[in-house]
Design a protein. Sequence first.
Length: 464
Amino acid sequence: MTSRSCLVPSGLGGFNAKTGAAALGGAALLFSPALAHAADTAPAIDSGDTAWMLVSTAFVLMMTIPGLALFYAGMVRKKNVLATLMQSFALCCIMSIVWMVAGYSLAFTTGTPWLGGLSRIFLNGLGTHIHNGADVAFTLGADSPNATTMTIPESIFMMFQMTFAIITPALISGAYAERMKFSAMCIFSIIWSLVVYAPIAHWVWSPIGWLAGLGTADFAGGTVVHINAGIAGLVCALVLGKRKGFGQDDLSPFNLTYAIIGASLLWVGWFGFNGGSAIGANGRAGMAVVTTQIAAAGAGVSWMLVEWLRSGKPTVLGVISGAVGGLVAITPAAGFVLPGSALLIGLITGAVCFWSATSLKHLLGYDDSLDAFGVHGVGGIVGALLTGIFAYGPLSATDANPTGIVGSLHQLMVQAEAVIVTIIWCGAISFVLLKVIDMTIGLRVSTDQELEGLDMSLHGERIN
């Protein structure tokens, strides 16, 4: 078994590529296309790490199809169920190609602190070192001071990261459900993934990224995935406006059975999302899985109890929304905190997300159809900030950095800066992009199409 050495923060301004577990999680690792060329010096692949990453990749893909697809489809009206399923499935196809063509290269190759390079456009060079069916492990940051040998093939790392790039724009669709044109959704998602998702992934998960240089801790995507998707979703909801009949007609979910099956698939898939971000079958992956389970359970109970006290009845929609909120909040913290802290994160997040999805939405009057902002945006913000409070140093400690990332006022401020930067960049670029699309092809379906339902008006199909 080959030991793996990973990138760990060494304080403000840089990283240290000595031995130990990844302090920013597997998702935080940036690679360079430079690999060992001689067979006798090529880095060895660890079969255990590779097997775990293959399983984790499948788990995360399952989170979008069918997990998120069913979760969202169960919460819309019957006339929009197929269109909602279509959004997740189509985005899985589209984002896979976008990631292959340019997204991966922009996010995960060495470039500047602001954006990666173009060396992996169309996955150029991915198969250079395959011989007789066998590949070698790749080197992260080989042309930087942070060179680190990994123990999985580059192809698996690329595919694992692809599943994150797929689910993020799919999460946004929950905010504009039942009213955005399919063509506008496709164009928005493609451009957004290249000008918003890829740069923020590089800032946070690259060892030369400027937010990483400040010491930002994001194990599996609190800022990159959830705050990003939540803020984009809020902007979509504000630009598109409310659904016809919002606040007057019955907009209740068509089939909560779909939603609870989808939420259950999301929960199971999240073990790959967080556990896989250790990029290895190791103790840190194990702790990430444990904290994921506990935080989800805590948030589900928290939302359920608050709703029970407020309305007198705990609902199916409430408990599954709370559990998803807990999964969101533990995402940045999973590899940094202990189980007790995970429970606190879950309990806090469940109550806060209930408030944001009910009272805050009512107070501000926006129509976030399926609470993409209320659960993912707010849950991601809470989780990112609480990571700065509850981080347990030994989980991210190495020989080079024996203290690891420790919860403190300083770390909280670092986390807050990453949150604010993500909100500003994502919010501003998303707004401009939506306005440009609206002025060209239009964002929203017509009133007649919306009243008929998107299943028939956009896709010519319906549920009988």
